[in-house]
Unconditional design. Structure first.
Length: 265
């Protein structure tokens, strides 16, 4: 508990799922929370849960697709709290459509949210972290950031892009006391598959059967919090599906035989 007490944590995508669960768990550990997302009403509900633990929690709604909002919101967070110890860049959107059927505007939207918006938030706080001589940036990626997967071409591409950017940033910041952590979920029981975009750019509106059986978000949050405390480079979180990362790495032939038979998770 002492590690997080009074630390300023800014969480994007905090209105539901992993982001909301992290907020509630960190509130119970005494963190001071800046909560961001698009839905003000849902953010208010998460803030209320955090305040039940007597935590300081403030909301800073914005749309990560709107680059012009990011610098302004980051300024508000920094003016309110004075600094950010830990940025959890969690906002994102998924996909459920075949590459051949997916129009370019859907690919662009997913990249705008998952990649460009993400790195813009990091760039907005990084100079302040460097001036303080300390900072920690955590990025929610996916096991599909390690490999391609059916019906996830744009989503997987966006997560691969994040890995490339933040691996480079980690190397550049190696002697600056700036820590980078990849949060790499498998199947977590959240609404991300309900909001995943289909080939028409619309939400698919149903939860994937595999995800419905996934790890509860609050359980995943507790695992993530332990990993962040240790400044781990990557936190794999999920159930047996995270083994696919190691199968892909060490047994690629077996991986490709498995993955080509999968139409959904």
């Amino acid at each position: 508990m002492d590690y997080y007490r009074d630390r300023v944590v800014w969480i994007t995508g905090a209105s539901s799922g992993i982001g909301a669960a992290l907020a509630v768990e960190m509130a119970g550990r005494g963190a001071r929370l800046a909560l961001s997302g698009r839905n003000r009403r849902e953010l208010e509900a998460v803030r209320h849960q955090c305040q039940a633990s007597n935590a300081q929690a403030e909301i800073f709604p914005f749309d990560v697709q709107q680059a012009s909002q990011i610098t302004d919101v980051a300024g508000k967070v920094l003016r309110h709290f004075g600094h950010v110890d830990l940025l959890i860049n969690n906002a994102g959107i998924s996909q459920r459509s075949r590459a051949v059927d997916t129009p370019l505007q859907v690919d662009r939207k997913i990249m705008e949210v998952n990649y460009f918006g993400n790195i813009a938030v990091a760039r907005a706080v990084l100079p302040h972290m460097l001036r303080r001589g300390y900072g920690h940036i955590a990025i929610t990626t996916s096991i599909t950031g390690h490999f391609g997967f059916p019906l996830r071409s744009a989503y997987s591409a966006s997560k691969h892009a994040l890995c490339g950017f933040y691996e480079s940033l980690r190397a550049e910041m190696a002697d600056q006391n700036i820590h980078i952590t990849f949060i790499t979920p498998g199947r977590i029981r959240t609404s991300i598959s309900r909001h995943a975009l289909n080939e028409e750019g619309k939400e698919q509106g149903v939860m994937d059967p595999g995800q419905e059986k996934g790890m509860p978000a609050d359980q995943s949050a507790r695992i993530i919090i332990k990993g962040l405390r240790r400044h781990k480079r990557e936190i794999l979180v999920g159930r047996k599906e995270i083994l696919m990362v190691f199968i892909h790495r060490f047994f690629p032939g077996i991986f490709y035989r498995i993955v080509r038979k999968i139409s959904h998770i």
